[in-house]
Structures are given as structure tokens and as C-alpha cells.
Design a protein around this ligand. Structure first.
Ligand code: DQA
Length: 144
């Protein structure tokens, strides 16, 4: 199985960015932990990051044929982007939405997710474990 893992704006600044909210783990460390987890399960993954909405749409559109599933942390675009939600619906791949923090327990404007309905599973508030739980979920989903 091969999973495309997409990270949206400002996630490249993990470790520097609001550490009291997102912790001290850097983006490179996050990627290493996800990759090690996938390696241990014999799952192939490709982790990409972009600060640009259209680029994330392009990455989703290019996924069919190369990947079996998508994990997306669209960061702030979660709460604004009908384009990313439409792209997830447009491709015939199961997708899981992840967030490091629990967006349902933060500011009111973060409680809205345009992606939720376009995804087969959502994993919030567990830091890197949000990603590893999404990996396990999509692995089981794919084996069904
Ligand atoms: C985030 C939550 C979003 O609301 C925020 O804009 C982010 C990170 C998270 O992983 O907790 O940039 O997606």
C-alpha cells in the first residue's frame, strides 16, 4: 500500500511556530516519525508540504494511479477551502483528515472543517499519533 501524506500551510514551521500549542517537535522530526511508522508496517508513504492551496489541489489531482489513499492535514485551509474538499471528492481515493491539535476544542472558527465530509476518517488532537492512527485506519480500510 502507498499513502500520500499532505501537509498544508505553516506546518513546515513546526517546532518554531507557537510551541505552546503545537509542541517542540520540528517538521523534519514529524516526517521521520511518520516514515519510521510506515516502514515498520511495510507501508510506503510520500510526505509533501505546501503553503499554497492550488498546489495542494494539484497534488491531490495527481494522486490516483500512484497512491492508494491520502492523509491530509490542510492546516488553516481546513477551515476555508472548498477547492481542497472538492479535489478530495473528485479523486477516487479514500482520504483521512488529521490535525495535531483538537480543532473542535479550539477557537470557534476552527470548528468548521470543509474536509470532514470528503474524508472516510478524521483524527484530531493527538499530535503525531493523529497521523499514525490515520495510517492504521486507512491500512485496514484498504485491506477490506
Ligand atoms: C492544524 C489546526 C489548524 O486549525 C491550524 O490552522 C494549523 C494546524 C493542526 O494540525 O492542529 O495550522 O491543522
Amino acid at each position: 500500500m502507498k499513502i500520500l501524506i499532505l501537509n498544508g500551510p505553516n506546518l513546515n514551521l513546526l517546532g518554531i511556530r507557537e510551541p505552546e500549542i503545537y509542541g517542540k517537535m520540528t517538521y523534519a522530526e514529524l516526517c521521520r516519525m511518520i516514515t519510521a511508522y510506515c516502514d515498520g508496517k511495510n507501508i510506503r508513504c510520500n510526505i509533501l508540504q505546501s503553503n499554497h492551496e492550488g498546489e495542494l489541489v494539484d497534488m491531490i489531482q495527481a494522486a490516483p494511479g500512484s497512491y492508494d489513499a491520502i492523509i491530509i492535514n490542510a492546516a488553516a485551509y481546513t477551515h476555508t477551502s472548498i477547492a481542497i474538499a472538492d479535489a478530495l471528492r473528485a479523486v477516487d481515493l479514500p482520504a483521512a483528515e488529521v490535525h495535531l491539535t483538537d480543532i473542535d476544542k479550539r477557537e470557534e472558527y476552527r470548528r468548521v472543517s470543509y474536509l470532514r465530509d470528503a474524508c472516510v476518517g478524521c483524527f484530531y488532537g493527538k499530535g503525531v499519533a493523529s497521523y499514525t492512527e490515520a495510517i492504521d485506519f486507512l491500512f485496514k480500510y484498504h485491506s477490506k
